[in-house]
Design a protein around this ligand. Sequence first.
Ligand code: PA5
Length: 470
Amino acid sequence: MAKSQIKVDYKNVISDVIGGKHGISPSQFRALDKKIKPLISQINKERKAGKTPFRNLPYNKQISRRVNALVKILRDECDDLVVLGIGGSALGNIALDTALRPYLPDPDDKQSKKPNLFVLDNVDPAQFGSFLQYMTRKRLKRTIFNVISKSGRTSETAAQFMIIRDMLIRTLGMERYQKQVVATTDAKAGTLRTIADTDGLETLEVPDGVGGRFSVLSAVGLFSAAMCGIKINQLLAGARDMDKRVSRSNVKANPAAILAAINTYYYQHGKPISVMMPYSYALKDMADWYRQLWAESLGKKLDLTDREVWTGPTPVKALGATDQHSQVQLYREGPNDKLFTFLQVNMFEKDPVIGPAPDCAPELSFLAGKRMSTLFNDEKKATEYALLESQRPNLTILFDRLNAYTIGQFIYLYEVTTSLTGALLSINPYDQPAVELGKEATFALMGKEGYDNFAREIRSKSEINKDYLV
Ligand code: PA5
């Protein structure tokens, strides 16, 4: 049976459908085609030259073999799996879990949600404190911790890890600590690498040159996914399938080129906000993953010639149908400054039938006996219609169904779309100087050696001025 491919439906951005003022005309599409064609071959060349190693992750058998071998040893040892990481070292893990595991455990299948996954991607003391309280000695014995940091120097992850390391050694001893922690980090450099090697921990590698937000298809995302029973081989196969499509030089046959062209066009034509709105609870954290990928990759002060450009579309996540009752009023009647991307699923894993209308409420009989998926996807159509009526451009990523194969396609599609959009905007999508500055400022404020002057400068600017306090 042929495996299903996700599709991009972009009819609702063309001028015939949405009107000349807010739609893209055939001649504008031709101009976009001309602009993006050489950029497709440019990113394909960069890939061949080894400059974008994230492109080759779906083909890296060594990673999946190592992950699967470790999972074989650890999975039965574990009721709870805890990921310590932040940003690109956490969002993909969360997104895969929400997308590919059931919302709640199946009472007839005790393994369906085993292990529980916690991705602790913050240093909120109340949240972390509550987690520590939950970790009784008995639970701790059956918990595997996966600490993830590519740089190995991120304060949030380091702080979490220092608490967990101390707790494990004090409560269960050194040997158990060594057995229950897997460190995912750079192969050679960084503080986490030093700790892992010194303490004798199991390690997984973040491949050289793969940035955090492009790393979900490496051991960063694959280990927690495989521990949770997600078919990582299918995920990678889906990404390989998409790789063929996004490498094509024919723009109309290349979904990443179409998405990048449309997104860049609208960003440069009065629509700086990009809303991703899945009509699927399972995809809600994929929209969060996309939000980071888009924001950190495309939000840049400098272009490739070091000219100040202060560029980047603002990604927003929403959830259908929930946000029809929260955001859609603004989306339809507020400023026409957004491009909308819906994510639609045709067949759901479960699809309850709506019960009969109570005798006292015959006005509800229009719902009775219908599948919930019909209601859900009709709600999507209703939102699409409302937006179209107000000339709001929108497109839809269509999933026949959600599984590891289609999710792998989606991830790879958006990674390559980000590369191409970066090329269209003439910026480097692979660095994150503003994030690094935040990390440095945290070092300074927390008293790291060598940062005294920087700390003084930050403090002088962050003092409260009572004149402006009410
Ligand atoms: O995408 C990125 O580069 C960032 O979001 C990083 O993933 C995040 O800052 C965490 O970095 P690290 O994995 O080095 O701890």
